[in-house]
Design a protein around this ligand. Sequence first.
Ligand code: MG
Ligand code: ZN
Length: 220
Amino acid sequence: MEVKIVKKVLDANDTMAEENRKLFRDKNVYVLNIMSSPGSGKTETLVKSLARLEPELKTAVIVGDVCTTNDADRLNVTGTHAVQVNTDEFGGDCHLAAHVIRKAALDLDLESIDLLIVENIGNLVCPAEFDIGEDSRVVLLSVTEGEDKPLKYPVMFKLCSGAAVLNKVDLLPYLDFNIDEAEDNIKSINPDIPVFRISAKTEEGFDDWLSWIKDVVKSK
Ligand code: MG
Ligand code: ZN
């Protein structure tokens, strides 16, 4: 019974995701869905990345959290247009579903946007199961987490086939984190995925990471 209900929810989500995908295609907007656990630096990575992308690409962000507009407030200083979604009005969901993205996207001026980034809710489990109509997915893992997170949450690392980002590399000298092992673990789940090693604080590794974004946006 319960399995049936979950399947129904996911089927309805997939239908809405396809409608979103059509809308984004019609408006020629590339959509990147970024996922990670809480505190791995999604928002800081976006603040720094968008400030550098904005002269070349017109961007917008839909950022999800259960509560607060803190992240949209931080992102809106970069020149992007950030819309905060709080899932407490949708029952406190721990992921962004396609209908939530639909509602937020219709508030954006999609005609004038090249790249829409969705900062998903911090959670390495269920956001991976919800197609939102994105073109690609990026998973972020910070070096303050364990090297074995890709092995513990393989679905996330498998379904985020766009890119994986290892963040906070400026902290490596102070940690026992083995970054090569972390990358090997990611590649054992998803052999072809590009892996970027960055620091959102120092912007180390940003040239390759931002080139990748520009390339995928141009490829649509
Ligand atoms: Mg955030
Ligand atoms: Zn969830």
